[in-house]
Design a protein around this ligand. Structure first.
Ligand code: KDG
Length: 362
């Protein structure tokens, strides 16, 4: 009896020992990274997905450059990050997509700076009409310290700005009549981006502006809810506004930058190596995007004429009148009060940076 009990205890004890040994060897397999046994059974790396949405069409350089960014990121992260792209406002308008980035339900969007003012007001400094005389000045300022200082304000709003891309110099289109003089603005119903300065400037020019999301614009033009809108030629062409607009005026009234935005949630969950890959790729794709737009501008004009649009170039005298009419509209937004959009410090820094860039690009 005693012997039987003794043998049973020994058996249970040895079984327990055996199973313990088995368990520890399999545990070892999983934790011993780089061991020979592990090399035969590689642990699946977790693939993370970036969803990137923009408002413009698949044919627009903004989307082509986004595809380039995707290619660079997927290649450099060796497939551990996958990028899914959504053009033509499939994920909503600039404002909605930016809100979704803040909440972490979308990872990337590339809006104009104008609607971004509703999230970080300092971006309003880019809404000053005729701030940049040409793209050389724009590039120098945007890619320089002042541009970076503004990007550095984004994380406080749960957003991360990787680089500035180009939307471009904006020009007025409408369906009513050629706009060659200030008087021609009178009474025109113009869609503007959702931005207080743009609204005020178009009011000061005598038109009747309405803020509206880009995703609603084509239908609004088609149905005559508005008579006109303003965008760079590249957008007027790729968004087929020539189907619903007749006249283009080369007002070049404001240079519109895009900001390549990433949700802070995704950024914070990425390694420093991945973060560097995101930024480097955003800069490489930026150069590609700017080149596509700039090389294409003359052709867009020809193509829009071929589609039946009538162009009006603005004389230096009318340009001067546009500057004079729009300045007081902007001035009321400059200052240090709570109701102001452009604080004196940013304004002064911007003016100094523009001056320096102009001197260097003479
Ligand atoms: O993808 C960017 C567009 O959504 C938008 O910013 C285009 O300039 C634009 C506008 O007029 O809304």
């Amino acid at each position: 009896m005693f012997m039987k009990k003794f043998l049973t205890v020994i058996m249970i004890f040895s079984l327990a020992l055996l199973s313990l040994a088995g368990c520890s060897s399999s545990e070892k397999k999983n934790t011993d990274a780089g061991s020979a046994s592990n090399a035969q059974e590689p642990k699946e790396a977790k693939v993370r997905t970036i969803r990137a949405g923009i408002g413009l069409t698949e044919t627009h350089p903004e989307y082509k450059a986004l595809l380039k960014w995707k290619e660079l990121v997927e290649e450099k992260t060796k497939g551990t990050i996958k990028v899914e792209t959504f053009p033509s406002g499939q994920m909503g308008d600039d404002r909605t997509m930016t809100e979704n980035l803040q909440m972490g339900t979308l990872e990337v969007t590339i809006p104009s700076t104008a609607p971004l003012v509703n999230f970080v007001k300092d971006f309003a400094v880019y809404d000053i009409p005729f701030l940049f005389a040409n793209t050389k000045v724009a590039d120098a300022v945007l890619d320089g310290p002042v541009g970076q200082e503004l990007l550095d304000k984004l994380p406080a709003a749960n957003l991360v700005g990787l680089a500035y891309w180009e939307n471009g110099f904006r020009n007025l289109t409408n369906s009513k009549h050629p706009v060659a003089n200030i008087d021609d603005f009178k009474g025109l119903k113009i869609r503007t981006m959702e931005n207080k300065i743009h609204l005020e400037v178009f009011r000061a020019l005598g038109s009747n502006p309405t803020p509206m999301a880009f995703t609603e614009l084509f239908t609004a033009l088609q149905q005559g809810t508005v008579d006109g809108q303003e965008n760079p030629l590249v957008t007027i062409y790729n968004s087929k506004f020539y189907e619903v607009q007749k006249y283009v005026s080369m007002t070049n009234h404001v240079y519109s930058p895009f900001v390549f935005l990433m949700s802070k949630k995704f950024w914070d969950a990425s390694t420093p190596e991945e973060q560097k890959i995101f930024v480097d790729a955003a800069k490489e794709a930026r150069d590609y995007e700017r080149k596509l737009i700039r090389d294409g501008n003359d052709q867009y004009r020809q193509d829009l004429i071929a589609k039946g649009m009538q162009f009006t170039d603005i004389t230096p005298e009318v340009h001067q009148q546009l500057v004079e009419k729009s300045s007081p509209a902007v001035e009321k937004f400059i200052g240090d009060g709570k109701d102001k959009l452009i604080n004196t410090d940013i304004y002064n820094k911007m003016k100094a940076a523009v001056k320096e860039a102009e001197a260097q690009n003479k």
